[in-house]
Design a protein around this ligand. Structure first.
Ligand code: UDP
Length: 237
């Protein structure tokens, strides 16, 4: 059994602890939520539990489908053990339907299906407010090598294909989502989380939002939406 050790650091949605194995870290998912570059703050009761359970189900399923991830095992209701990563400071966003910042940038009405899915990169840098960047920026800042970027792009497209089909079976449209990758023992692994905090999920029939947009846009029913996603993944529809 892996043992939880010293606190390492705290992010906006998680706390990270060392373990007795230097290759593994212990993640605690928090109920605190932020949006709009940290300007909006709140608590979504139960979020830590839902995001931990949802991420665990999705990471385990992606692993089965051949996507290497940092996930090792659940360690409690809101805790999981993962492989220690050196995070590549590039957020990878994949999109299937226009929403959020893409709707604004390209003048596409929210909900417009994209003729082709889109991949975007953002520089994970608080001081710069996570600007959108391209592969030339990534190369010149040496955020990732071109070999790593080739792996990241290939995996991101595979993950999009896999998750789109997976969620479709659960009656959910995967509108868009954000991924983070990191290096563990020289290998690129999928890291961070996959949850209603980092994805846009719409009910396929009612088009109701089942994700963090309910918090961002004060739509109410935030906790219920997160719970609904977990229930659908567990098979109850
Ligand atoms: N996203 C995220 N973290 C961020 C920014 C975006 O997880 O710091 C996710 C977001 O939940 C959505 C997708 O990435 O699923 C695309 O977000 P968008 O660029 O539209 O930005 P937003 O409208 O959320 O500001």
């Amino acid at each position: 059994m892996v043992q939880k050790r010293d606190f390492l650091y705290e992010g906006k949605a998680k706390r990270i602890y060392q373990t007795d194995d230097e290759n593994l870290v212990w993640i605690e998912y928090k109920d605190e939520a932020t949006a709009f570059d940290g300007l909006k703050k709140g608590v979504i009761s139960g979020k830590g539990y839902y995001n931990n359970q949802i991420s665990a189900i999705l990471f385990a399923w992606l692993e089965e489908k051949g996507i290497p991830t940092h996930f090792v095992e659940l360690a409690g209701e809101r805790e999981m053990i993962v492989k220690r990563l050196e995070i590549i400071p590039v957020e990878v966003v994949a999109r299937n339907v226009a929403a959020g910042s893409l709707s604004k940038r390209l003048g596409l009405e929210e909900g417009t299906p994209l003729q082709r899915p889109v991949l975007e990169f953002y520089y994970k840098c608080d001081e710069l407010h996570d600007p959108m960047i391209n592969e030339y920026h990534i190369a010149t800042l040496e955020l990732a090598t071109s070999e790593q970027m080739d792996i990241i792009k290939k995996r991101a497209w595979e993950i999009n294909e896999l998750l789109t089909g997976y969620f479709k079976e659960k009656g959910i449209i995967l509108v868009d989502f954000k991924l983070e990758f990191g290096i563990h023992q020289g290998e690129v692994l999928l890291g961070d989380e996959i949850s209603p905090d980092t994805c846009r999920f719409w009910d396929a029939e009612s088009r109701e939002k089942l994700d963090k947009d309910r918090f961002r846009r004060d739509l109410g029913g935030v906790e219920e939406a997160y719970r609904e996603i977990l229930n659908r993944l567990k098979g109850g529809r």
